[in-house]
Structure formats: C-alpha cells, structure tokens
Design a protein around this ligand. Structure first.
Ligand code: ADP
Ligand code: ASP
Ligand code: MG
Length: 409
C-alpha cells in the first residue's frame, strides 16, 4: 500500500466528462488499497475568465479581491470531483485551501506556503476517504484568501506531498511527461524518462510552464519524489524528476530547450561609467519589488556606457516609468529605450559541465539562420539568449535539431 498525492491540471478537469475520468483513475488507486490525496486546478479557461471579469470592473484589480475571486475556480472542481467519486461509491471529501488550513504569507496573487495543517486530511484518510484539496490557494494569518501564482496547483500538490510525507507526488497533465522541449512547438520533441532535479529547476525557471517553478523548488527542498504523467492515457511511465545524475548511462550534453515570451528589455543609453551606477539604476527597480533577470553593461567609450536589463513583461511599463522619472534625470543618462517583443531561448543540461563548446555551437546554429542575439547569459548548466520574439519558434526548432534531441523513429 502506498500513499500518493495526485495533482490534476485544468485540461484534465476541463469538463464533467473529464472529471469523471479522473474519478475513475483515482477510484482505481483507492480500490488497490492506496491512500490518495488529490489536488485539482480550476477547469481549463476558468482562471483566465475570472481574471478578465475582474479587469472589466477595475483596470488594475485589487489583489486581495482578485484572490477572493480566482480561488473560486478550484472550489468548483474539488466539489465536482468529490461528487464524481461518490457516484462511484468511493468515500470522498473536499476542502478549500483555507479549510485545510494551508497557511501562506499575505502576498496576494503570489503567496508562499508557510505551513499545512495535517489533522483533517489524516483523519479522513484513516477513515477510508479520498481527500480532495483545492490547488493554487491558501489563507493568511488574518483569514484572507490567498493564491499562489499562475500554475500554483503544482505547488499545492508538492507541498502537500512534502508535509504528509507521501511516497510520490504525481502531476497528471495533458502531456505524458517532460519533453526535450514543449511538444506543442516542436512535434519531434522526445519524452524524457528521467530529468535531474537541477535541470528541471532550470527548465521551469527559464519558462517551461509544465511545472510551476516553486513546485520544483519545494520538491528539491523536501526531497519529494515527483513524477509527471498523462491524465488522458492509461498508465505510462511519465517522467521522474531524479536527484542523482544517472551514472550508468552516458548523459546527453543537452537535456532540453526552454523558452519564454514573458520578458521585456530596457536599455539606458549614455550612462556615465563610474562606480555605483548599476546600483543607482537597479536599486529603485528592486525597491519597487520588480525582479530583474538578465543584465548587460557595455564597454564604455568616452566614459559613457549603455546598460540593458530584462524584467517580466507585466512590469515593463512600471519599470520604464521608474527609470524615466526617477533615474534618468538623476544620473544624466542620454535616453531610455525598451521593447517587449523579445523572447529568451535557453539550452539546459547537466552534461554541459563536462563539455566545452555548447555556447559557441548555439551561436553558430542561430547565426546560420540569420537570427540576431541581443543578450546572452550562462550558468554551469544552461546558456540563454534573447532574440526577437518573431524568431523564437525557429530558434527552438533549429537548436532542438542541432543538439540531436529529436525522437528516434
Ligand atoms: P496543467 O493544466 O495540467 O497544469 P499546463 O498547461 O500548466 O498543464 O502544463 C502542461 C503544458 O506544458 C503542456 O501542454 C505543454 O504544452 C507545456 N510544456 C512546456 N514545456 C514542456 C516540456 N518541456 N515538456 C512537456 N510539456 C511542456
Ligand atoms: N488555476 C490556476 C491557473 O490557471 C492554477 C493552476 O492551474 O495550477 O493558473
Ligand atoms: Mg500547470
């Protein structure tokens, strides 16, 4: 007998028919004697629909009220799944985040989980119930409803698995595992049997939305056995996120390619090149709680330099205003320009540690397609480039091929 936390995403619960399918799968695990806690997302499209409603009423919706509203999507799914299980004669009980008491901080729309009460869940499991928990939501110390950021149900799943010490956290979604890149962009992408935790962390942080970044961080911190599987197919192996590199097998140098359209680039032109300038530019940006990703400062000419950095697209206008109003006059920069039609493409692989020449191969392949590289960033296991958004898919496809990631048919 094992103890599983299973998470089903929006597409997997996108209709009552699909919810009944999920119920049948959960019922099968339950009838085999396993204990199951199920985390569900809102039905597909529902969270977007709710966000759009809010924006019709308030141009910049109040974050607390936004969370009160978007958390309702998951509340519908848990009740429907619970009913579907009862219809199969399985004992089931559903809970919202605040009913369980998934305690979070008060950062509305991007809250972090601080603690999970286990008492009710354990008691229900011991009474033979399947317990169903709403993903993506919690409650702060004052009783306010909070949500965990887009894709946050993954994090609810992994956090519950960590707190309850489940044997495995199974993320059921609309693809049958983690692929070398998004199979919707590159049909030749190949499913990986395993991916290391470090690689998955990079892939998620570089834009692969198959797992929310925080869920991978949680899995790493609490050593949760994490697997991604299809909710549409009968049992397949899926992809296991492993903590050790597989020493028996020859590691491929590159495991995957991630991409991200969510960033925007800002360049401050003609900045006086003297100590403290990076701090003077980025300090006020950080003070406004805006995360900066890539940063480039050029070699200076005549004591003037150009300084570029990227932020999330949602923060673009705000950042431009901060730079124009607070920084440019202060430091005497010549001009500030920016654009949000950029994309970041990254190759990821732990094999890079022992192989030279990955970056130069990437640059050559992009050059051969006439794709201009605007920014570059590297770490031990990844190389990222920023390119014009219109070349993103082409860049991903040619790199996928050049690094030999396609499936062998
Ligand atoms: P869910 O609603 O189940 O949470 P998501 O849409 O959040 O599903 O995540 C699954 C999607 O992630 C897939 O449909 C796929 O298009 C996308 N995806 C992006 N990168 C990858 C990758 N490397 N491997 C598999 N899927 C990926
Ligand atoms: N429903 C939320 C979203 O669409 C959370 C999730 O699906 O993980 O982002
Ligand atoms: Mg998701």
């Amino acid at each position: 007998m094992a103890f599983y936390v299973q998470k089903y995403g929006g597409t997997s619960v996108g209709s009552t028919e699909r919810i009944r399918n999920v119920a049948r799968r959960v019922a099968r695990f339950h009838s085999q004697g396993h204990q199951v806690v199920v985390v569900v997302s809102a039905m597909s499209g529902e969270t977007n629909r709710l966000i759009a409603l809010a924006r019709e009423v308030q141009s910049n919706p109040d974050p607390r009220e936004m969370d009160v509203m978007v958390s309702t999507g998951e509340q519908v799914s848990i009740a429907l799944l619970s009913m579907a299980l009862m219809a199969l004669n399985v004992k089931a009980k559903s809970y919202t985040g605040s009913q369980v008491k998934i305690l979070t901080d008060s950062a509305f729309t991007k809250a972090r989980i601080l603690n999970i009460d286990q008492d009710k869940i354990r008691a229900d499991l011991n009474n033979g119930n399947v317990v169903i928990v709403a993903g993506f939501q919690g409650v702060d110390q004052y009783g306010n409803i909070t949500t965990l950021g887009r894709g946050g149900s993954d994090t609810t799943g992994v956090a519950l698995a960590a707190a309850l010490k489940a044997d495995e956290c199974q993320i059921y979604t609309d693809v049958d595992g983690i692929y070398t890149t998004d199979p919707r962009v590159v049909p030749e992408a190949r499913r990986l049997d395993r991916i290391t935790f470090e690689e998955m962390l990079e892939m998620a942080s570089l834009g692969s939305k198959v797992l929310q970044l925080r869920s991978v961080e949680f899995a790493g911190k609490y050593k949760v056995k994490l697997r991604v599987l299809s909710s549409f197919e009968e049992e397949g192996p899926g992809t296991l996120i492993t903590f050790e590199e597989n020493e028996q097998m020859e590691q491929p140098v590159i495991s995957g390619i991630a991409f991200n359209r969510d960033e925007a680039k800002i360049t401050v032109l003609g900045v006086p090149d003297h100590p403290g300038i990076a701090y003077q530019i980025l300090g006020p940006v950080a003070d406004a709680n805006i995360d900066v990703d890539m940063i480039i400062q050029n070699v200076s000419h005549d004591d003037l330099t150009d300084f570029s950095f990227t932020v999330h697209r949602n923060d673009f206008n705000n950042t431009m205003n901060i730079i124009r109003e607070k920084i440019q006059p202060h430091i005497g920069a010549r001009d500030v320009i920016g654009g949000d039609r950029i994309a970041k493409v990254s190759v990821v692989g732990v094999g890079m540690r022992s192989h030279a020449g990955i970056a130069s191969k990437m640059f050559r392949v992009l050059a051969e397609e006439g794709i201009n590289i605007q920014m570059i960033a590297t770490s031990e296991i990844k190389v990222s480039v920023v390119v014009d958004e219109k070349y993103m898919e082409l860049a991903v496809r040619v790199l996928h091929k050049a690094f030999g990631l396609e499936q062998v048919l």
